[in-house]
Design a protein around this ligand. Sequence first.
Ligand SMILES: [Zn+2]
Length: 401
Amino acid sequence: MLGSIAAICAYAAEHSHFYARSLRPVRSCEDFFALPMLNADDIRQHVNADGTGDLLTGPTRGSVVVSTSATSGARKIVHREFAEQHRIAEGLAMAMRLAGFTPDDRVANIFPPGGLLAAWIGMHEAVEILGATLLPVGATLPLDVEEQVRTLTWLRPTAIVGVPSMLVRLIEGGLPRVRSVLCGGEMIPPETREFMEKALGAEIALVYGNVECGTLGVQCEALRRTERYHILERDVFVEVVDRATGLPAEEGEILVTHLHRRLQPLIRYRAGDRGRRINSGCSCGLPLPVIELQGRVDELEVLVGDVRLRADDVAVAARGVPGLGERFQIRVRSSDGKEKIAIAFEGEGDLKDTVLEALLRAIPALRKLESSGALAVEVVKRGAIPTIAGKTPRIVDEREG
Ligand SMILES: [Zn+2]
């Protein structure tokens, strides 16, 4: 592994002006752990949508241009060579096989096709590698549930791939049952998963990946219903580091180094996720390390005035209210110089007052915001919390600057 890492670092330093400035030769693990981390803003500032940028190692012909959604700040552009795109699809095909997909399946790809989002194209090639039948249904943004369900009922897929929050809405619209399901793009709260699996008549397997890194982790049957993934060591080196020191840790922030990406190298990239190493291995016997995801780094907390609100505290408070789902969203806005916070929960029935009480009891600091009229709580139907490009962030900060 060290050899591959040293080779990609040397290539990056030789061909990219950005990496030439930041990297030093890697001869040992210590050398590597001393390299600077790559931030999301480094990609934004040093890679341009027109194929220029000093992080790139050469001309971008023979590549595919994809972009992150605008969920957390300005978009990040990623240039993937087609060979790399193919490796990503191979990872997705492995995720499909582990999810129970076979060449006999009719696979509906319900990822959103537009907006330069990468999952859509990767899934196409993965179905081709699998040798199954591809149904490129896609998801309209915003979702036209009735039309989508009509199309899917007509096509009769036996397997589907898509974003969980979108599938939930299609299920409520009458999505027919299938044999196998592979989801990606966001975590699924246990209660939502139960609802989905019951309605679809199939267990849901997840794949871990993102636009910047490609496919990172897959779930075998033993890892289903967990947030654990086998890491695709063939393609990526995944570190877990202490956020404060940047040193290896059992639990902390996830850094990704891509072992084969040459056009737009990715070295110690802060993928924005928190995770934990699972050292006990996996009962399935796959010789790939296991990591457990613990949520997004930037969705941990938000500061409103002098009140620090942690998303985990909100989740714990909500768990005590019967009838409330586990999905929620904290939105922070500022209007006329006043900061306002709105928390939407998904649930059944008139629970607004009960939820507010539970929140104030669990998080006393919220009382101050409540008494000044800066806190609003609402309970909406399951699936009604808006998604941004198919993702459901727990914290959405809409303040200027
Ligand atoms: Zn396993």
